[in-house]
Design a protein around this ligand. Structure first.
Ligand code: ATP
Length: 360
C-alpha cells in the first residue's frame, strides 16, 4: 500500500486469561476498500473486529483510523465516538419500532432533522418500507435495515460480522450481491468477518487470512489463490493438491509429469496444483476411484503413482470409476513448499508417495 492506510492496525495482541486470541496482528486497509478477515472458528476474527470498533481493548498495539489514534496502551476512544458502524449476524432490530425508528435509533436529533434516516433507507432501497415493523420484513430486508442503521450516522468504516449467516442459501447470495453493489456505490471502507472462503472471495478487494490469532497472509483473492504463503493457506482458500516433487530450474517432477514452478523452489518439495489445472485423458496407468457430478462441473479422484489426485473438469463426467486414465498439468506456473524435513519427500515413482488434499 503506497498511500497512507485509512485503517492501520499495528501489533495488536489480545489475551483472554491464558488464551492468546490475537498475537501481534498488523493490517492496513485503504480508503474505500473492502477487506475480509477470513479464518476458521476461534482464530480471532471477531476479536479483531471488536477491537477496531472499541468494544474490546487490546493488551498491546494500536488502532488508527484516518490518522486518528483510537486505541493504544494509554488511549481508548469510546466506541460511539469512533464513527464506526457495525452489522452483525442477526439484524438485531427492535421489534416494537418501525423500520425508520430503528434506522434513526442512536442518531442525534440534528442528524434525524437533517434527513439521515431517509438518506440511509434510500441507499438500501427500502424507503417504501419505512413504516413497517421488523416482523413484516423478509430476512434480507431486515439485514438491509441493519445496514441502513449502520450507514445513517455516515460512519468512516463499516464492520460486518458474518452478516449473511442467518439467511438461507438463495437469499444469502442475493443479499450478498446487493451489499457488494451498495458498498461499491457508497464507497465506504468496510471490513467483513467470515469463515467462508467463497464469501471472502466474492466480497473482498483483499483478504486477510487468519489462523491461531495471527494474520498469515493478506492479498487479493487471485493472489491468495495462486500464491498462498504456506500449505495451510493453500488448502484453506481452495481445493489443493500438494504433490510431492523434486524441483529444479523452474520445473518440478511430479506424478503429473513436469509442472512449471517458481525458480526459487529447489530439491524435495510439495507443489501446489489446483484441481482445475489437471487434464484427464482416457488410457494410462492412473485409475479413477470416484466421480462426483455437480451440474456445472465434476470432480474426480484419481489414483496415480501412489497418490490420490483431485481433478475438476467442466461439464458432465467423461471418465468413470475404474477407468484407466492419464493425467497432465495444464495450468500456470505454480508455487510450492519445501518438504517438511530433509528427505521426507518420497521419490516421484515411489508407491509410498502420499498426497494431501483439502476438502476432499
Ligand atoms: P468464530 O468464527 O467462531 O466466531 P473467531 O475467529 O471470530 O471465531 P474469536 O471470537 O475472535 O474467534 O475468538 C478468538 C479466541 O478468543 C477463541 O479461542 C475464543 O474462545 C476466545 N475468546 C473470545 N472472546 C472471549 C472472551 N470474552 N472471553 C474468553 N475468551 C474469549
Amino acid at each position: 500500500m503506497t498511500t497512507r492506510p485509512f485503517v492501520h492496525v499495528d501489533g495488536v495482541t489480545k489475551r483472554f486469561g491464558a488464551a492468546v486470541a490475537l498475537d501481534s496482528c498488523g493490517l492496513d486497509v485503504a480508503e474505500g476498500e473492502t477487506l475480509v478477515l477470513l479464518g476458521p472458528s476461534g482464530c480471532g476474527k471477531t476479536t479483531l473486529l471488536r477491537i477496531i470498533a472499541g468494544l474490546e481493548t487490546p493488551d498491546q498495539g494500536t488502532i488508527t483510523v484516518d490518522g486518528e489514534l483510537l486505541s493504544s496502551a494509554n488511549r481508548a476512544v469510546r466506541p460511539e465516538r469512533r464513527r464506526i458502524g457495525m452489522v452483525f449476524q442477526d439484524a438485531a432490530l427492535f421489534g416494537h419500532m418501525s423500520v425508520a425508528a430503528n434506522v434513526g435509533y442512536g442518531l442525534s436529533r440534528a442528524d434525524v432533522r437533517a434527513g439521515r434516516v431517509a438518506e440511509a433507507l434510500a441507499m438500501v432501497d427500502l424507503s417504501h418500507l419505512a413504516h413497517r415493523r421488523p416482523h413484516e420484513l423478509s430476512g434480507g430486508q431486515a439485514q438491509r435495515v441493519a445496514l441502513a442503521r449502520a450507514l445513517a450516522p455516515r460512519p468512516r468504516i463499516l464492520l460486518f460480522d458474518e452478516p449473511f449467516t442467518g439467511l438461507d442459501t438463495t437469499l444469502r447470495l442475493r443479499v450478498r450481491a446487493e451489499i457488494v453493489d451498495l458498498l461499491q456505490r457508497v464507497g465506504v471502507t468496510s471490513i467483513f468477518v467470515t469463515h467462508d472462503q467463497e464469501e471472502a472471495f466474492v466480497l473482498g478487494d483483499r483478504i486477510a487470512v487468519m489462523r491461531d490469532g495471527q494474520i498469515r497472509q493478506v492479498g487479493t483473492p487471485a493472489a491468495l489463490y495462486a500464491r498462498p504463503v504456506d500449505p495451510w493457506v493453500a488448502e484453506f482458500v481452495g481445493e489443493a493438491n500438494l504433490l510431492p516433487a523434486t524441483s529444479a530450474a523452474g520445473s518440478a517432477a511430479t506424478v503429473l509429469g513436469p509442472v512449471p514452478v517458481e525458480t526459487s523452489l529447489f530439491g524435495h518439495s510439495r507443489v501446489l496444483v489446483r484441481p482445475e489445472h489437471i487434464r484427464v485423458s482416457p488410457g494410462g496407468d492412473a485409475m479413477v476411484t470416484s466421480v462426483d457430478f455437480y451440474g456445472h462441473d465434476c470432480s474426480y479422484a484419481v489414483r496415480a503413482g501412489g497418490c490420490v489426485v483431485r481433478v475438476r473438469a467442466a461439464g458432465a463426467p467423461e471418465v468413470h470409476v475404474g477407468d484407466q486414465v492419464s493425467l497432465a498439468y495444464h495450468g500456470p506456473r505454480t508455487t510450492g513448499y519445501a518438504a517438511a524435513a530433509p528427505g521426507d519427500a518420497p521419490r516421484v515413482d515411489s508407491p509410498a508417495m502420499r498426497l494431501v488434499t483439502a476438502r476432499s
